[in-house]
Ligand binder design. Sequence first.
Ligand SMILES: *Cc1c(COP(=O)(O)O)cnc(C)c1O
Length: 332
Amino acid sequence: MFTFPKRLNLALTPTPLQYLTRVSAELGVNLWVKRDDLTGSTLSGNKVRKLEFVLAEAIEQGCNSIVTCGGLQSNHCRATALLGAQLGLKVALVLRGEEAGAADGNLLLDHLAGADIQMYPVREYRDSLGQLLNRAADKLKQQGCQPFVIPTGASDGIGIWGYIAAARELEADFSQHRIVPSHIVSATGSGGTQAGLTLGAHLLGWSTKVLGMAVCDDEAYFKAKVRSDMRDWYDRYQHMLSDSVDVEQCRIHVNDHYIGPGYAKAEHDVFETIAWLARTEGLVLDPVYTGKAFHGLVEEIKKGAMAGATDIVFVHTGGIFGVFPQRDQFDF
Ligand SMILES: *Cc1c(COP(=O)(O)O)cnc(C)c1O
């Protein structure tokens, strides 16, 4: 039905689909977790799936260095920094925010991976990200490198192949466990994971609802972002698609009620949910993405908003290193 473009083998896949026995019983639902936090140890999370396609494209274009961007504790930047080291590509990171004190979490790993790190005040980053990326790329060119620029979260028409591939993997999981899930739920931050899963579900003819739990921007923003990633995908790859695919037909579902105070900022109840899941199922979430999204899902279930659900699959997109910089927010 579709053939994949060039891809590097970087993620440890297939990842397990795991049933949450005690949480399902407590909430009165069938809740499964796709363990994409296990795509690697330091390379953990969803970004590795996207980078399999994006870095393949970079290498195909003859590039030997990467420029990308994100928050100070970006999982995407950490995965890119480590993969760059693994593949022998130089990596320059443009980060939003300034380091206070010793580098922790993902930022510590960025330093260890030898990335060239530039940090900018939030306002400057927000107002002139394009220029900052160009400046980083120019600097690499002056050093004789050939840079490839990856957008935030590797969410574009190339990166979303990662979660189209993950949808195919999920199809095998579903048949192995003999389930037909009514919902697939994940955190949405730059939209690529949701775009890939939504498009994958569409290409595979599923009736399953793919729901993105917004962690930063609102529903209108993510609906537009997910749609534009899909259009970018279609424009790039329509020549490879055997069936005609209408990306305008895909329904995009976003819940933006659990963003809380903002990106990487969570209310206390999110930290409580993280601690509850860790002690109930041995599963560790983070306060930036997965904890916020999972907390929202649990609240929706408790409110009865998921009534009629058969099996619900939560995609654990990783993010463990985001726990450590926010250690003070937990109480035990
Ligand atoms: C980046 C990230 C997300 C969000 O995925 P997007 O494709 O950017 O929407 C979710 N969870 C974790 C842990 C992430 O690092």
